[in-house]
Design a protein around this ligand. Sequence first.
Ligand SMILES: [Zn+2]
Length: 479
Amino acid sequence: MISAPSGVRLHGGRFAFTVKPGFLLMKQAGCTERDILGCKPLQISVDFNITIVSMLPKRMWKMIDVRSREFAVPFLQSLIQVDTCNPPGNEHRLSLLLYDFLQTAGHDSTVRGIGEGRSNLEAVFAGTGKGRKLMFCGHLDTVSPWTAEAGIYPPHGAVIEGGRMYGRGTSDMKAGLAAMLLAAVSLQQEGIRLGGDLIFLATAGEEVDSCGARQYAQEHNLEELDGLVIAEPTGSRIAIGHKGALWLRITLFGRSAHGSMPQLGLNAVEGMMEVIALLHRHALEWQAHDPVLGTSSLSVNTISGGVQTNVIADRCTIDVDIRTVPPQRHAELRAEITARLDGMKQLNAGFRYEVQELLDRSGVYTQPDEELIRTALELAARAGGLAEQEVTRTAGDYSGAAGEKGADGESSAPAVQGVSYYTDASVLHNHGKLPVLIYGPGDPKLAHQPDEWIDIEAYLDSISFYRELAVRFLGLAPD
Ligand SMILES: [Zn+2]
């Protein structure tokens, strides 16, 4: 362990901080130890010069502005450098990093395990105890890294070039996660006491099964929350929801026979053709449209069945991807599909079927006139005029440039949008009762792509956005 010399003092110059699991380290970027410490140099020979920030005197910590570029950028780099690709996730590494950072900042947090190497982290920035409760939520995991052939930059290198930081999770969504945390810590650092509680939640498993959000929902009373902000990438635009997703695996069982005597068998592959036609007819009947989220849909995206060319297939399986918009309810849809399949079985008595649910994430939708959304729109408008000039876009459509005008050449009213992916809000929105804002500095088009990157200015701006949002929504504690 390395102890910082007493009387350590930060002064001008560029500093970089990096964090490793279990330790919070400060590293110097491109200058001598004396530049950092202003007293005798540290004799440290690692791949960079370090001192353990968590051992720094409190008064020195107070001199660090966590919102500054000099702190916030290397802080995000340190998050990117922790591999939390899911599967398997290994989010606990990142939870520990955040835990150490919060400890250094003088703030307690709770790390809650979810199986081997996985955990959530929660930090409550308590207000007066009487006000509202606002949750900032982001996920710790990322999708798999890109291959060396697919991208130029190392997935966990956090390389900075041309105002961008490259790395898996930069856009989706460690930049948003870091910005929310730094916003909360900066308020505390500056002694700004909120009128209500600000709850920071970093979840495991969002990219696969939302195991972290589900655990949190089981162990906490979501009724107590008044607002939820999810830092998924929206290109710093205001999103109010997303479609729901219901994935079903349907298997049809028939009866095998020799291929030359099909009349003796019951062909599951041919029977499945009927099932697919039935599903599409049904989907048209229940199709719904939402002006922001778009239109509900159903698609059959995998199929497998049969043994070989001269054998009547006794089994066929399809995977069905259903995307829903309010007010569609997944339980009702599933019940209707089951009833239709029962009906088909009556026509072909020998068939048997099974329906397995692969995924069920409810849609999320918040009315644009909810206070949380109105406040976010005001802040976005103030920050760059983006929201005021944007035209309303449908889910997944990010093709237009920000600030474009309507067909009549006039700027339309402040607009909200939907996002094409689903989020942990599906689990945390308390059956649609909790207002949800989706807002993050990342570009949604870059999520899950090779050479994913974040615009560093957008990341830094989002810290101010989250900070202001918390102050406005929760108010300030009375003196
Ligand atoms: Zn995400």
